[in-house]
Design a protein around this ligand. Structure first.
Ligand code: PMP
Length: 418
């Protein structure tokens, strides 16, 4: 049998971003003849070699369908797939493996909750509370639910600095609230929401809380028991893992009571033409052949992160953000969007007289990859009275020199575009 698919980074336990960069082969590339400066990790992070190799091993040596074959390869694939579930459980400190549902991403996880728990439990006039800074993935599934259930969406506003205070939540959450669904961290502003306080408040009214952890889990250690929320969702590809894999964590009692999301193989105990009996969670929510290798890759990404000193990573990312904010503020005509205290290393900005897309296109010519647009948060753009921003987001492999390159490229872009 081949070596088990686990891995630790080469810079184990002493966090050195320069050493860590060696784990990410893509960063050594040039684009348009310039050294790549990758500042779009909030959209998707790059992958360490450990994850890339694990995917190659899973396909090259250990591949078969899971849960079905009573033969060697299927047993290995099943063991690897299920041990990825255990890695996720441990990573977020969930009580049991049955609370970890693999999905194709956070979007699917939120849709799953809205379409099952939401449809089953909401009546006309019940309220679902969101904030103004949510990603479309945490807005549209609730609109679909509203259209079938007659529930009402209530929106908590964002302050000018991008913060969302607990006082603003207190004005909106009340006896009619049934679900509060909020980002842990904003993908546009980097704001960290007061999740613990929101959970306490919502629970006083008997409402359930879903936390969209897509950005939060990348920059903050997540303990779902300490958060005390009811659902937590995230995507593997933002957490140094592959695309096509995400996680829905939910309390066991909720998953047991929820109807299935999709029907098919693997999610049933028995099927007759009269009646089917569902499998227990998590299988009940994993109809069809699952994203086997993607889950294994995610497990290895978590091994990778566990092999780093995550407290030191947080310090590094915070230092990068502080440095970037200071340097960006000095760029003439540039305005930062999102400056709330306690935010993570995601920084949006607008440059006076320059369209964010033009800016991103010119930055790319200097090797700097940033995101421009509404970042799937059009209601937030409306709140700030803009249509788009340029966004630089920093991950554990970014270094101060990346910020310096961004600043140089911004000055050049200003000369070229104004
Ligand atoms: N929520 C947030 C806060 C996000 O940043 C994203 C991805 N940009 C999503 C949800 C959706 O994630 P995915 O597209 O991986 O399903």
């Amino acid at each position: 049998m081949s070596e088990p698919i686990v891995s630790t980074p080469s810079a184990a336990l002493t966090f050195d971003p320069l050493k860590v960069r060696d784990d990410f082969p893509i960063l050594a590339q040039k684009v348009h003849g310039k050294d790549l400066v990758y500042l779009d990790s909030a959209a998707s992070t790059q992958k360490p070699q450990q994850v890339i190799s694990a995917i190659a091993q899973a396909y090259g040596k250990e591949y078969a369908n899971v849960h079905r074959g009573a033969y060697y390869l299927s047993e290995i694939a099943t063991t690897n797939y299920e041990s990825a579930r255990e890695k996720v459980r441990a990573f977020i400190n969930a009580r049991s493996l049955s609370e970890i549902v693999f999905t194709k991403g956070a979007t699917e996880a939120i849709n799953l909750v809205a379409a099952t728990y939401g449809r089953e439990s909401l009546k006309p006039g019940d309220e679902v509370v969101l904030t103004q800074l949510e990603h479309h993935s945490n807005i549209v599934p609730w609109q679909l639910l509203r259209d079938v259930s007659g529930c009402v969406l209530k929106i908590v506003p964002v302050a000018c600095d991008g913060s969302v205070s607990i006082e603003s939540f207190a004005k909106v959450i009340g006896p009619k609230t049934k679900i509060v669904s909020i980002a842990h961290v904003s993908n546009v502003l980097g704001t960290t929401l007061p999740v613990n306080e929101v959970v306490q408040l919502a629970h006083q009214f008997g409402a359930k809380v879903l936390v969209d952890g897509c950005q939060g889990i990348v920059h903050r250690e997540v303990d779902v028991r300490a958060l005390d929320c009811d659902f937590y969702t995230f995507s593997g590809h933002k957490l140094y893992g592959p695309t096509g894999i995400g996680v829905l964590w939910a309390r066991s009692e909720l998953l047991e009571a929820m109807p299935p999301y999709q029907g098919g193989g693997d999610m049933i105990e028995t099927v007759t033409f009269d009646k089917s009996v569902w499998a227990e969670p998590p299988a009940k929510f994993e109809a069809g052949t699952p994203p086997i290798v993607e889950a294994i890759g995610l497990g290895v990404a978590l091994d990778y992160l566990n092999g780093l000193d995550r407290a030191a990573v947080k310090v590094h990312e915070t230092e990068l953000l502080t440095y970037a904010m200071t340097r960006l503020e000095d760029v003439p005509g540039l305005k930062l969007i999102g400056t709330a205290s306690g935010k993570v290393s995601v920084q949006s900005f607008v440059m006076e007289g320059v369209h964010p897309h033009d800016l991103a296109t010119v930055l790319d010519r200097f090797g700097v990859s940033v995101r421009a647009g509404h970042h799937c948060a059009q209601p937030l753009m409306e709140a700030f009275n803009i249509t788009a921003t340029t966004r630089a987001s920093f991950a554990l492999y970014n270094i101060k020199e990346d910020v310096d390159e961004l600043i140089i490229a911004l000055s050049r872009a200003r000369e070229l575009l104004l």
